[in-house]
Design a protein around this ligand. Structure first.
Ligand SMILES: Cc1ncc(COP(=O)(O)O)c(C=O)c1O
Length: 395
């Protein structure tokens, strides 16, 4: 049976590097070598210098390319390094159309770094294709999508955006961090580059900071390969290995966490103190049917809104199980406060305009027992409810 026909789970655990390995090692060797002996005067071997390519990194890059269904994968030192390197395909005078609800670091890159190089941008409500179509300019070169978005879990119709992009000669980049290729394959829907904070579900154990990019066509792959080598923000070999190990359990981790997320979403949705729950698994979510069409799972992240900062603070201080931290996508549940964590780079008025208020929390559900998690949320909500509401202006 050809590898091409294997299911996703089989590809995750059956190492493709074995085909090329003389030793038959199940886990790839870590090639701690910055440089490689050139056996002949005028011919390079497959590797020459580890910024340009390294055998351990190549295993990871081949694995993610296979999982996303692309022509080539690239491993970077962080998700932001992957995203920033992809933006370097642009030139001065180009314009980016980007999801309004986007990870704060991407917002910072676009607004405070790319703008210095005369690459302009427009934030749009990417869930509204009419608004997207009306915002494309003659110099728009990239439409940048995050779906589900961080932190409000908004859903963008990837194929709809691709159609608009193709009609206007621009590329589509999709940040696939929340879904991973287990649930969503943007390249198969027509996107040009898929990007990941591999720090999250792909590695899964809060032990690596890493970024991955996968490119659909070979010409664009060559261009991104050039940027990766020129800019040099590559992933180190030890982290490549850790990420490869984490990847093997992606499907069991994410499937289990997704089941628990569904239970927790229902629990929170029925709690009187919770004002709103953002979760694409709810039939009432405005992007539910689009998400179901383009993804095979609802994922392990949800956000919810409490009435105000004081109640939120008390709730967090009374929780015992989730880690209260930046990040998501790990074996341990992680509760984040976007206002001061993932979206700290966004000015307060921009945040609030986007619905990232002082009562918004994002929960990434890990592998703890869902009953324990719900019990913990429940007791913390009971205690938070007793908190006296102090209007912010009186503090
Ligand atoms: C959706 C999304 N994209 C990109 C990033 C950036 O990734 P990294 O922190 O690995 O640089 C993050 C980080 O939280 C994220 O949530």
């Amino acid at each position: 049976m050809s590898r091409y026909n294997w299911q996703f789970e089989t590809k995750l655990v059956s190492p493709s590097h074995l085909v090329h390995s003389e030793m038959g090692e199940v886990n790839p060797a870590i090639h701690y070598s910055s440089t490689f002996h050139q056996k002949q005067f005028d011919t390079f071997g497959p590797f020459d210098y580890s910024r340009s390519g390294n055998p351990t990194r190549k295993v990871l890059e081949d694995v993610i390319a296979e999982l996303e269904g692309g022509s080539k994968g690239f491993a970077f030192s962080s998700g932001m390094a992957a995203i920033s390197s992809a933006f370097m395909l642009l030139s001065a005078g180009d314009h980016i159309l980007i999801s309004e609800d986007v990870y704060g670091g991407t917002f910072r890159m676009v607004t405070q770094v790319l703008s210095k190089f005369k690459i302009s941008h427009t934030f749009v409500n990417m869930t509204d294709l009419n608004e997207v179509a009306g915002s494309i300019q003659p110099n728009t070169k990239v439409i940048y999508v995050e779906t589900p978005s961080n932190p409000l879990l908004q859903i963008t119709d990837i194929e709809g955006v691709v159609k608009l992009a193709q009609a206007n000669d621009c590329l589509v980049f999709v940040d696939n961090t929340f879904m991973t290729p287990l649930y969503q394959k943007p390249l198969e829907l027509g996107a040009d580059i898929v990007l990941h904070s591999a720090t999250k579900f792909l590695s899964g154990h809060s032990d690596v900071v890493a970024g991955l990019a996968v490119v659909k066509d070979e010409e664009l792959s060559n261009k991104l390969g050039f940027i990766q080598n020129a800019f040099g923000s590559i992933l180190g070999v030890q982290d490549c290995w850790l990420l490869l190990r984490g990847l093997k359990t992606l499907s069991v981790r994410l499937e289990q966490s997704s089941l628990s997320t569904q239970l927790i979403a229902n629990y929170l949705n029925s709690h009187p103190l919770v004002e709103e729950v953002f979760y694409p698994g709810f039939p009432a979510h405005p992007g539910h049917s689009i998400h179901n069409r383009q993804s095979t799972g609802t994922g392990a992240v949800l956000s919810f809104r409490l009435p105000n900062r004081e109640i939120t603070k008390s709730f967090i201080e009374n929780l015992t199980i989730p880690v209260f931290a930046v990040s998501l996508g790990a074996v341990e549940s992680i509760l984040s406060y976007p206002a001061t964590m993932s979206h700290a780079a966004m000015p307060k008025e921009e945040r609030e305009k986007r619905g990232i208020t002082d009562g918004l929390l994002r929960l990434s559900v890990g592998l703890e027992n869902a009953k324990d998690l719900i019990q913990d949320l429940d007791q913390a909500l009971v205690q938070a409810k007793e908190t006296t509401y102090v209007p912010l202006q009186n503090q």
